[in-house]
Each structure stands twice: as C-alpha cells, then as structure tokens.
Design a protein around this ligand. Structure first.
Ligand code: CTP
Ligand code: CA
Length: 225
C-alpha cells in the first residue's frame, strides 16, 4: 500500500497567483507586450501546489507548461486578467507576479492598420486597471496580498511607495535592469518590503525564491494573517 503524502503546510488553502505578461491588441495582427517570461510566477504556483494548496494561476501568454496540479486560467489582456482573478476569489492569499501592461490602445482598430503614405498612426493609449490595487482594496480582499515591484533603478524606494499605494501586505522587489539578467533568466535577487522593514535575500534560483516565499505565506497564514 502507498503511504498517504504528508499534508503540506498550505493544505486546505486557496492561493491565487498571476504570472507572465499581458498582451494588449493594437489591431488583429499587432499587440503591446513585455519581456516577462512567467518563470517566477509559475514557480510560485508550483511551489504552492507542492505545499498542498489549491492554486489558481492566471497567466498571460508564456512559453511554459502549465504547472502540475494547478488550475491555470489563460488570458491575454489586463482586463481579462482582472476578471479571471475576481472570478477566482475568495482566496487565502494572492501573489501578483504578472507584468501587467500598464497601457492599452484606446480603441482596437478592428482591422489591420494600413500604411497610408501620411506617416505612422498616432496610437492613443489608456491606462489598464491595476489588478493588485483593485483586489487589495476590494471587499473580497484575501487576508494576505503580495505584490511585486520590477524596477530598473531606486528599487527599494519605488517598492516602499508601491506597498503604500497598492495597499498590499508585502512587496517582492527586484532589479530587472538588463545587466541583472532577471528577465527571462533562471535566477532572482529579491528584497521583501513590508511594514516591518526590508529583508534582502541572496541571489537564488527562481524555484528557490518561490519555495521560500511559499514558506513565508504558510507561516503568515498560520499566524492568522
Ligand atoms: N500590477 C497589477 N496591475 C497593473 C499593474 C501592476 O496588478 N495594471 C501589479 C504587478 O503584478 C505587481 C505590482 O502591481 O505585483 C507592481 O507592478 P509594477 O509594474 O512594478 O508597478 P506599477 O504600479 O505599474 O508602476 P510602474 O510600472 O510605473 O513602476
Ligand atoms: Ca507597471
């Protein structure tokens, strides 16, 4: 007979994770996106599942397999990501690792935009909803809300400002400047910014960052976060 697996530290918990970029259409053949690989967000979803949680992963387009044992909702745009997150609630904790496109084109052209000979089209942009801030301030706010701050300079200052502005409990801040190799790479060097202060972790694999973050989530939920 097979032994039942040890109940994990997140058994009975529901964890929501966002991951990857979003893709905002300009016309039927073009879009706005970013370099997010989804590796860190997917690793967090996988680690939470390995810790026994029920996991909903809302992911933009990435070149990664769906993690085992995770409910994956595939979306493209920021507005679809927000709707999928809201539909996934309630959750015990939410981790917003996605690199959401800040802007979308005000009006989807409907048909392919053609060169006219009069120069390039002016693309009017509008701001996308802030998914983290929206859910962090919603009536169905998970007890533990974790955001990311991908910065290319002044990492800690920007992260502290985001912690306040978005109303979350923890910001995982990292340097994503091209020299860091974080975007698309396998490693990450993060700083945990909370009301309690800043905790800097060493350079780790994204899988190890995910495991440590999941251990932190389990500890905080255990304390009745
Ligand atoms: N985020 C989000 N929805 C958005 C933009 C960001 O949920 N429309 C989340 C990200 O998933 C991340 C956190 O907010 O957890 C910070 O994202 P970031 O892009 O660093 O912050 P912004 O507020 O967009 O500020 P800026 O890009 O100007 O630094
Ligand atoms: Ca942004």
């Amino acid at each position: 007979a097979q032994l039942a697996p040890e109940p994990g530290p997140l058994k009975g918990r529901h964890i929501l994770v966002t991951s990857g970029p979003t893709r905002e259409p300009i016309d039927p053949v073009r879009y706005i996106a970013n370099h997010s690989s989804g590796k860190q967000g997917h690793a967090i979803a996988a680690a939470a599942a390995a810790a026994g949680a029920r996991v909903t992963l809302v992911s933009g387009p990435v070149r990664l397999d769906d993690p085992d044992g995770v409910d994956v909702v595939h979306i493209e745009t920021a507005r679809e990501m927000l709707a999928a997150c809201e539909a996934a609630l309630p959750a015990d904790a939410a981790v917003f690792a996605a690199a959401v496109a800040d802007w979308r084109v005000a009006r989807d052209a409907g048909q392919k935009i053609k060169k006219t000979g009069d120069g390039p089209p002016a693309l009017a942009l509008v701001e996308n909803p802030d998914i983290l801030a929206t859910i962090s301030r919603s009536i169905s706010r998970p007890p533990l809300v974790i955001g990311f701050a991908a910065e290319t300079e002044h990492v800690l200052d920007h992260a502290k400002a985001k912690l306040k502005r978005k109303g979350c409990d923890l910001i995982v801040a990292n340097d994503v400047s091209p020299e860091s190799g974080v975007m698309g790479g396998e490693r990450n060097r993060v700083h945990l910014v909370s009301a309690a202060g800043v905790e800097s972790w060493p350079d780790l694999s994204k899988d190890e960052v995910a495991r440590r973050l999941v251990a932190r989530i389990a500890a905080q939920l255990g304390e009745g976060a």
